[in-house]
Design a protein around this ligand. Structure first.
Ligand code: MTE
Ligand code: MO
Length: 351
């Protein structure tokens, strides 16, 4: 009998489930049943044939696009990790409210779509355009305010015009599965996944900062518990790594253990992963799998450990990227628990 990994349920409505990321070692592209699911509302009600993406606001040519029209335009595709800003929130000390994600609020797939800049240039931006707002088809109430809100986020014009920011219509060579945004999803490489709006229905160009609650209340780093001082928006993915094997608090026989994992960043590429098997006293470099030509994909790494001596060990992994960022020993604490990226720590016993 073949045994498969499965998602870990956090909530059912809205659906929030973790990917079994530790059990998908050396899989660059996750089978979609194992892709994490993160929703703020229950799933939207859509009629695909009547589904148009509209673009209006500060553009000279407001217009609309059907999925079939977009498919005829020049496309791009990339292997891209999507990481929830709250991934590993469970590790913040002191603990914070919000979904207690472990390491599985992240998955990687191949996304194909039309560069957003091509759509924006067809619509022709007016010169006072400052931000582009993306509205999904899902809506509902929030606990902190009255009213019904759509899931909506904005990008500054520069990020909207980045050649790799795209309106995706395919995932792993198929139409995007409904739960992941069918028929159209914004994909913003390098940013935490809250930016990648699913069921994208409207694009509105505006001349001032967007203040929707998923922009101005959530997805903000608040460094202080009781004040909003020094807040700043969550954008680029931090340099980070995950130890997939061995599992935390696992027990092994003496012998050779291949420590394996992934490392990723939203700013450049991973240049180094260092491993310690003595809780940080000494470090050695892990071997990185070749990067090939995927600029955004995570980097798989491995480290051969000759574990001949019985005892308890603490394994650490620390990644560095080409922009010079290295994982810190303590993540920057913030009230909503975003962007956790401290050095990874796994406890093992050899006996
Ligand atoms: N329309 C819409 N888009 C959305 C969300 C949402 O609730 N509604 N959640 C965002 C967040 S916070 C994350 S982490 C990712 C999750 O994508 P997934 O469910 O495909 O894994 O989608 C983003 N896009
Ligand atoms: Mo998220």
């Amino acid at each position: 009998m073949e045994i498969h990994p499965y998602l870990t349920t956090k909530t059912l409505v809205p659906e929030n489930q973790e990917s079994p990321i530790h059990f998908l070692r050396s899989q660059k592209i996750f089978p979609l049943p194992y892709f994490y699911r993160r929703n703020h509302f229950s799933y939207p009600f859509l009629l695909p044939n009547l589904y148009y993406l509209t673009i209006y606001g500060l553009v000279h040519h407001p217009s609309y696009f059907h999925l079939e029209q977009l498919k005829l335009m020049p496309s791009k595709s990339f292997v891209i990790p999507l990481e929830c800003a709250g991934n590993q929130r469970d590790k913040f000390i002191p603990k914070v409210f919000g979904e207690q994600w472990k390491g599985g609020a992240m998955s990687q797939a191949e996304w194909k779509g039309v560069p957003l800049k091509d759509i924006l240039s067809k619509a022709c931006l007016q010169k006072d355009a400052k931000e582009v707002v993306f509205i999904g088809a899902d809506c509902g109430r929030r606990t902190d305010t009255v009213g019904v809100f759509y899931y909506a986020r904005s990008l500054p014009i520069a990020k909207a015009l980045h050649p790799d920011t795209m309106i995706a219509y395919e995932c792993n060579g198929q139409p995007i599965p409904f739960k992941h945004g069918y028929p159209l999803r914004l994909i913003v490489p390098g940013w935490y996944a809250m930016a990648s709006v699913k069921w994208l229905q409207q694009i509105i160009v505006i001349d001032q900062p967007f203040t929707g609650p998923f922009q101005a209340v959530d997805y903000i780093y608040y460094p202080h518990k009781n004040s909003d001082a020094n807040k700043k928006p969550v954008t680029t993915i931090n340099v980070n790594s995950l130890i997939q094997f061995p599992l935390d608090f696992s027990i092994h026989d003496t012998g050779t253990i291949v420590i394996e994992g992934i490392a990723w960043t939203g700013n450049g590429v991973i240049t180094q992963v260092e491993i310690s098997v003595d809780n940080g006293e000494t470090w050695k470099e892990a071997t990185l799998a070749s990067q090939h030509d995927e600029p955004y994909a995570w980097t798989q790494w491995s480290f051969v450990w000759e574990a001949y001596e019985k005892g308890e060990y603490i394994i650490l992994a620390k990644a560095t990227d080409s922009s010079g960022r290295t994982q810190p020993f303590a993540a920057m604490w913030n009230r909503k628990g975003y962007g956790y990226n401290a050095v990874q720590k796994v406890h093992v016993k050899i006996e």
